[in-house]
Design a binder for this molecule. Structure first.
Ligand code: RTP
Ligand code: MG
Length: 140
């Protein structure tokens, strides 16, 4: 499988509970390498642009409020099949459905406040990475 890059966000519920290191450890144990990382506090508008694909969904406003409620840690992860591998490590969107040992099974609080985001395809990964990072900030 090819080496890929994916955009990861450690969400406000997790940064608030000081879980950043435990979550990064799971990514690293799975063979994903952090090649860029920063802690930022999104505005609601910035969160809205990031999640614009969901703007017609009933949870959109709540999601944007949540993403702007506390700082987040945004990262680029690199590795073999990084996009699907990261989503495997994350677990299902709803922690009630997430497999044992995944980030969401262990740490997520609810379907909305679910600790992590990960890109879902090569095109969205490229778009999402460039939303947060310049090429110079990706140190593979
Ligand atoms: P993400 O984009 O954050 O990696 O999560 P995902 O692919 O597993 O889930 P997606 O369907 O893309 O939904 C994006 C985020 O919206 C929130 N959500 N809330 N209240 C709800 O029913 C609901 N459904 C989704 C979650 O924070 C989800 O991760
Ligand atoms: Mg998604």
């Amino acid at each position: 499988m090819a080496i890929e890059r994916t955009l990861s966000i450690i969400k406000p519920d997790a940064t608030k509970r000081n879980l950043t290191g435990k979550i990064i450890a799971k990514f690293e144990e799975a063979g994903l390498r952090v090649i860029a990382q920063k802690r930022i506090h999104l505005t609601k508008a910035q969160a809205g642009t990031f999640y614009v694909v969901h703007k017609e969904r009933p949870f959109y406003d709540e999601l944007c409020e949540f993403m702007a409620s506390e700082p987040v840690v945004v990262q680029v992860l690199e590795g073999e099949g990084a996009i699907s591998k990261n989503r495997e490590v994350m677990g299902a969107t709803n922690p009630a459905d997430a497999a044992e040992g995944t980030v969401r099974a262990e740490f997520a609080e609810s379907v909305g406040e679910n600790s992590v985001h990960g890109s879902d395809a090569p095109e969205t990964a490229a778009e999402e990475i460039s939303y947060f990072f310049s090429g110079l900030e990706l140190v593979g």
